[in-house]
Design a protein around this ligand. Sequence first.
Ligand code: NAD
Length: 305
Amino acid sequence: MGDLRFDGKVVLVTGAGAGLGKVYAIEFAKRGAYVVVNDLGSTPGGVGKSAKVADQVVEEIQRNGGKAVANYDSVEFGAKLVQTALDNFGKIDVVINNAGILRDRSFARMTEQEWDLILKIHLKGSFSVTKAAWDHMKKQGYGRIIMTSSPSGIYGNFGQSNYSAAKMGLVGFANTLALEGQKYGIHVNTIAPTAWTRLTESLMPPSSEKELRPEYIMPLVVYLCHDSCTENGGLFDLGGGLISKLRWQRTKGAVLREIGRDMRPEDVKEHWSTITDFSEAYSLKTNTESSMKTAEAIARIQSGD
Ligand code: NAD
């Protein structure tokens, strides 16, 4: 099998000064891409800024013969990041929305500022960068976009209600962009990684460092962004070498309405085990399929079956 090359492609990686983003940036450059290494250089809690982290990654790429340029703006200002790609390389082909911070606290103690900050950086930041790149991708009929979600968003995690909300918001955002981008050759996929980085090292036992390397997340991200990959709208849970795709499941459910009879909360209680029984569950891919199921139920009710 030939190497997956990115010669001539322009790749913007946000938060590429450390952790996962740094590994992505270095790998894309090795594979021939022109890379914009964005990083604000803040602490894991989002305090302060420094040009150093992005500069170091750019230097490393250049030392190895690759092409890269640094950008130090926060992802809140997506147009500036995309402009760096346009000014230096003339276009934008791939956006990896990766930058992120944490403000963990149990919901009872969480302040509105902590909620707002996390949504601003993760969800609004990904919006801002993607929005700035979208029209360029649409015009050129090509684009690859990655959203970085989290198992904490998909499954929940104690002390991360703000982060979980932002990360699950990104899944919904990507679901719609995947539909809107398809006809323009823009593919949008979402990853929920687990890796040992400065963001997670205090939450993991030291033994995880060598088993949960960011290098085990990078291959999926690179593949999803390649020309040859047709995946669009996927959500992947991965870490430690395992890569899995997720999908929604819906129980067969129970139709509780009958013509000529009120539908009552007591009916829900009586049929709860059927409503929540996954033994005959199925997977739905689209909003239309979901509406069809509702329409089928209405038809059954009206025919008195
Ligand atoms: P990291 O702290 O090692 O790297 C994140 C980088 O983003 C830092 O270099 C930081 O300076 C930069 N950054 C922060 N705010 C920024 C902003 N406003 N604008 C530009 N850059 C900014 O963390 P990581 O673990 O590599 O995380 C990368 C992404 O993966 C994050 O979105 C994180 O939420 C997500 N994630 C990580 C894990 C994990 O296990 N490491 C799990 C789930 C999700």
